[in-house]
Write a new protein. Structure first.
Length: 347
């Protein structure tokens, strides 16, 4: 009888414990959705900074030293260009935190040494087959960022010698390794970025005679302005493919790839597109409108992986905001686990 009471008591106690454990069991919590976008923005920003250095080199390399591209839109500062044909060096010097036609402030100098170009064929312009340039930066600063080359930035024209314009799309290889540092290095929360990559830049509308004269005797017309309104009416259309590795904020490494086997996914820049259409208006001595030379990426798709904790889920960066066509803006989407989020990229 006592044994039965003990057994019954133990059974009741065990049931009670199981009931308590069952009541205290934690409910399943859905995993938190990865919504980290800053690394994608940082990588895109680094791409824009480096490819804009190539744009500057392309104007110098086409001997467009006195073009409106190198005019300032601020009262302070100066922009000085020079072509040294003896030493085969092209230079632009920005001083006084001068505001340029793209609305960005710059200091320092950019030197384009084209002496490695093919001398046998007289390659001396950016459009020439055999053109090779090593670009170096001296105290180069843009909008609060110091850009330093860990190695010379090499730009190589990929066209064959005596290429026919009618059947050739001009392209250049951009190969570089840079650090992009905030002006205030003491700010530990600031981004300290690294860009190391090799991109192929293709002039999609090479065959447009308004962009490149079939004789190849004239400079590439990167932007064509209306003779009456002064507004841009045509311009170069360039596409980028290739891969980049680097570092974004807090020393987080990343990989960024634009598949060269999918030209329809290449990242595109349209030189007649400027989201901030007018960069400055002057009324002295006459009314003058300066149209912006800031041309962001407007379409294309890149695969992106950030290797920081909690951000390793692969991303797809789409510069066309998922819309049909290519809107002239600086917006896009980042897709993570099949979910797309609208974002604005940094200028």
């Amino acid at each position: 009888m006592n044994m039965k009471k003990i057994t019954l008591g133990c059974s009741i106690l065990l049931a009670g414990m199981l009931f308590i454990i069952g009541c205290n069991k934690k409910t399943n919590v859905a995993p938190e959705q990865d919504m980290e976008f800053q690394s994608s923005k940082d990588a895109s920003f680094a791409n824009s900074i480096i490819t804009e250095i190539d744009i500057i080199a392309s104007y110098l390399g086409e001997n467009l030293l006195s073009s409106g591209y190198f005019s300032k839109i601020s009262a302070n500062g100066s922009i000085t260009t020079n072509r040294d044909t003896l030493n085969k060096k092209l230079t632009v010097i920005y001083s006084g935190s001068v505001t340029c036609r793209d609305g960005k402030k710059r200091n320092g100098s950019i030197i384009v040494d084209y002496s490695p170009s093919n001398a046998t064929f007289g390659s001396k312009f950016y459009r020439d087959a055999g053109f090779v340039a090593k670009v170096t930066l001296n105290n180069y600063w843009v909008d609060g960022w110091f850009v330093n080359g860990a190695a010379p930035f090499v730009i190589t024209n990929n066209a064959p010698i005596n290429y026919p314009v009618a059947s050739t799309k001009l392209s250049w290889t951009l190969d570089g390794y840079f650090s992009i540092l905030p002006e205030n290095l003491a700010d530990t929360s600031a981004k300290k970025m690294v860009w190391k990559g090799k991109l192929i830049k293709t002039l999609l509308n090479t065959q447009d005679p308004a962009i490149l004269n079939p004789t190849k005797l004239n400079s590439i017309n990167w932007v064509i302005y209306s003779q009456t309104s002064g507004a841009p009416v045509n311009g170069a259309l360039v596409a980028y493919t290739g891969s980049v590795t680097g570092v974004t904020k807090y020393a987080i490494s990343y990989a960024y790839v634009v598949d060269e086997t999918k030209p329809d996914k290449a990242i595109v820049r349209d030189f007649k597109c400027a989201p901030e259409r007018i960069s400055a208006v002057s009324i002295t001595p006459t009314l003058t409108t300066s149209y912006s030379e800031w041309h962001p990426f407007i379409s294309g798709v890149a695969s992106f992986t950030s290797f920081g904790q909690g951000t390793t889920e692969p991303r797809v960066i789409d510069y066309a905001s998922g819309e049909a066509g290519a809107p002239c803006d600086n917006a896009g989407t980042v897709t993570i686990k099949g979910i797309s989020y609208n974002i604005d990229f940094a200028k």
